[in-house]
Design a protein. Structure first.
Length: 261
């Protein structure tokens, strides 16, 4: 009798665990077969493969790429205009706030933000240009920047507002050249970023031909030499957060559309 009830008990557990198909996590996923693939088992599945490519990009395993793979245009387009991009952006920015609020903020505390795809979104431009599938066109992109109508990334704007109310000063460091400084300042204000400590644009006479890592590290070093403490550093490119003087914490926002070294 005892043995039978134990067997019954174990069988119930096995059945119950078999039925754990993920519904309790709010999604009806299937456990992908964890078996070695060979022959047709290893075939290319567009959306799944493009999702892996995007993960590779965000983790900085896929580097120095020039354009989004042609076969991923629809996937990346759907990602960018859909809920996932917004949600990923929210997760990153939220972590920034949760960290900032644990600190005792002083007058010298700053948060460094990149501009493109970090505070301002060029999604309206990229939606017209294949979501990163088309090669970079400097003329067309500069014309878009000069229009000064880039919308804010809403989740970053939320973080910005919270940081300002915590007393954190804001510094923008952008790869945009000095000749785009005025239009960038105008665009930032229009988008709701109404004040800042500094807006640093790229001096091409010093940094022409240098990487973003070199340029941004060097400008952050200057800030620290001036006595500022960089408590957080947000960017959509790894080159925004790699190098030296990176700040107490870094925040990598999603961007599967272009790569800047
Ligand atoms: C912040 O300041 C308070 C009061 O001076 C102190 O008790 C606390 O440890 C400080 N927290 C940090 C993270 O420095
Ligand atoms: C780049 O954009 C400009 C302005 O829209 C256009 O005239 C030009 O043909 C484009 N160049 C390429 C290579 O597509
Ligand atoms: Mg950027």
């Amino acid at each position: 009798m005892k043995l039978i009830s134990i067997i019954f008990f174990v069988a119930t557990i096995l059945i119950a665990s078999n039925e754990c198909d993920g519904l309790e996590h709010g999604s009806n996923y299937q456990i992908f077969p964890l078996r070695m693939k060979s022959g047709l088992g290893g075939h290319y599945i567009p959306d799944v493969s493009c999702q892996s490519w995007r993960l590779g990009v965000e983790a900085h395993n896929v580097i120095n790429w020039k354009t989004v793979p042609q076969e991923c245009e629809t996937y990346i387009g759907n990602y960018m205009v859909g809920d996932q991009y917004r949600s990923d952006s929210k997760t990153v920015n939220r972590e920034g706030y949760l960290y900032a609020r644990t600190l005792n903020i002083t007058n010298y505390d700053i948060w460094v933000f990149d501009v493109d795809e970090t505070t301002l979104s060029n999604l309206p431009y990229y939606a017209q240009h294949g979501f990163g599938v088309e090669p970079y066109n400097e003329t067309a992109f500069n014309a878009w920047v000069e229009s000064g109508v880039a919308p804010p990334l809403p989740e970053t704007l939320k973080l910005y507002n919270k940081l300002v109310s915590l007393g954190v000063k804001i510094v923008f460091i952008t790869g945009r050249p000095q000749k785009q400084r005025d239009i960038t300042a105008y665009n930032l204000k229009q988008a709701g970023y109404y004040k800042w400590e500094k807006l640093i644009t790229k001096d091409t006479s010093i940094y022409g031909g240098k990487t973003a890592v070199t340029y941004k590290s060097s400008e952050r070093k200057k800030l620290e030499e001036e006595g500022y403490r960089i408590i957080g550093n947000s960017g959509d490119q790894w080159s925004d957060i790699l190098g030296t003087n990176t700040g107490l914490r870094t925040y990598k926002l999603p961007d599967p559309v272009y790569y800047i070294s």
